[in-house]
Each structure stands twice: as C-alpha cells, then as structure tokens.
Design a binder for this molecule. Structure first.
Ligand code: NAP
Length: 213
C-alpha cells in the first residue's frame, strides 16, 4: 500500500498561516513569509511554470516529495473561495495552471462538479468525508503516495483517524505569534512519533516523522 503523507510549512511556534487568512492574503497576516524558503528554488519555480532558480538540499527535498506523490488532498480552506455554496467563478488561488499537475481532492460540505485545469490538475470536490477522499485519491495516484496538502483542519482529521503514514514539517525560522495552528484539536492522548529524518539548512529545517501505531 502506498503512503498517506503530509508536507507542510510551519512557523517555529506552530502556525501554518497567520491571522485571518482571506482572499487578498490566503496565508493570513505575515503568513507569506512561511514559504519564503521555497520561492527561489528551481524545483518550486518549475512547478509554477517559471525558469531558473537554485538547486540545493531544500530543492532536493521538494523534488523528492513531488516525485513520490500521485494525488493531493486538501480542505476547502486551502482551496479558498469562502464559505457556503460555491461561487463557481472561484477556481483556486493558483490561476489557470495550478502547480499540482495531478488530481486534487478538495474536502467540502458543498458539492461541485470537477474542475479540469491546464497543466494536469483536476480539482475534484469530495463531500463524503476523509475516508472517501483518500480512497478516491489512491485510485488515481498511479501507485504513488497521496499527499495531504493542508490546511490544519484536514490534517487534524487524518491525524485523529490514524491514517497519516508520514509527516514532513518544514519549520520556518519565524515566530508568527498567532494564526492557524497545525497541531490543535488532537485530543489529550499523546501521539508517539518516530523520527525518520532531520535536514537543516539556513532557510528552513525539514523534520520527517512516522506516527507509531
Ligand atoms: N503553511 C502551509 O504549508 C499551508 C498548507 C496548506 C494550507 N495552508 C493554509 O491553511 C489555511 C487553511 O486551513 P484551515 O484549517 O482553515 O482549512 P482546511 O483544512 O483547508 O479546510 C477546512 C474546510 O474544509 C472543509 N472540510 C474539511 N473536512 C471536511 C470533511 N470531512 N467533510 C466535508 N468538508 C470538509 C470544510 O469546509 P466547508 O464546510 O466550507 O466546505 C472546512 O471548513 C489557509 O490559510 C491556507 O493558506 C498553509
């Protein structure tokens, strides 16, 4: 069985977005800084249809995750477009050619027909829960891993259900102070994690864990 993985950037004080994510600032106040470690990397730029960029250990780590992933699951908070029934003109934050380039499953309570975008991304909207999203993602992932892209709410559901096989947290050297906390609402029972890998760079620290079941 392929793995269900998580790849997400977090501030040292535990936030994956700043205060009040909104249309003009999807990552909330100050949250854009979280991903600064990626913007200049060739692996990131290529996915976003840009040329050039740096190759280093951080880029290798992005490449490794991208190469191993065949489908992505995200929450509606990450996809954006506000609450309630869909405004069908909203097609995500990423423009006509999103960087995923593979099937994406968006968890939502509001049904919507799939959105086929340029460059290989299809957004499928899943209203029957995290198990169904995982099953559907696995069925199209061509034998590769399924990655949970975020946000916090969806990550917490997969963690609580014991379905995540690996967590890779990229810790940005930043204290955001407030915002969307990643490891919240997980109950009071400890979750034991096995450390798989720690990679340091001046821009970010990559921590990879496996939940012990
Ligand atoms: N730092 C990073 O690397 C990173 C990565 C990803 C996201 N983010 C940020 O994280 C923030 C979003 O996180 P979030 O925790 O607020 O939201 P989220 O987890 O992306 O989405 C939560 C929403 O998804 C829908 N949903 C979730 N589970 C569902 C289920 N089981 N069944 C049906 N619908 C379900 C619900 O929306 P409806 O009921 O409205 O449909 C719910 O309110 C954004 O600011 C985003 O930019 C950061």
């Amino acid at each position: 069985m392929t793995k269900l993985t998580l790849d997400i950037t977090m501030s040292l004080d535990g936030f994956i977005a700043g205060h009040t994510p909104r249309a003009e600032q999807p990552l909330g106040d100050g949250g854009e800084r979280l991903h600064e470690w990626m913007y200049g990397l060739e692996a990131f730029r290529k996915r976003h249809g840009q040329v050039g960029g740096t190759t280093n250990r951080d880029a290798e780590i992005i490449e490794e995750s991208l190469a191993g992933t065949g489908a992505v699951i995200m929450g509606r908070g990450m996809f954006g477009g506000g609450d309630g029934p869909w405004d069908e003109s909203w097609k995500g934050w990423w423009g006509d050619e999103p960087p995923f380039r593979q099937p994406v499953f968006v968890l939502t309570h509001h049904p919507r027909e799939p959105l086929v975008m340029q460059g290989g991304t299809t957004f499928n909207f899943v209203t029957d829960g995290i198990g169904s999203a995982l099953e559907q993602a696995r069925s199209v992932a061509a034998g590769k891993n399924v990655a949970v892209g975020g946000g916090a709410n969806v990550v917490q559901q997969y963690l609580r259900a014991g379905l995540l096989d690996e967590l890779q947290v990229h810790v940005a050297p930043l204290l955001l102070g407030q915002g969307v906390r990643l490891f919240d609402h997980l109950g009071t029972d400890p979750t034991e994690l096995e450390v798989i890998r720690v990679v340091e760079s001046p821009a970010v620290t990559h921590l990879k864990y496996r939940p012990v079941r």
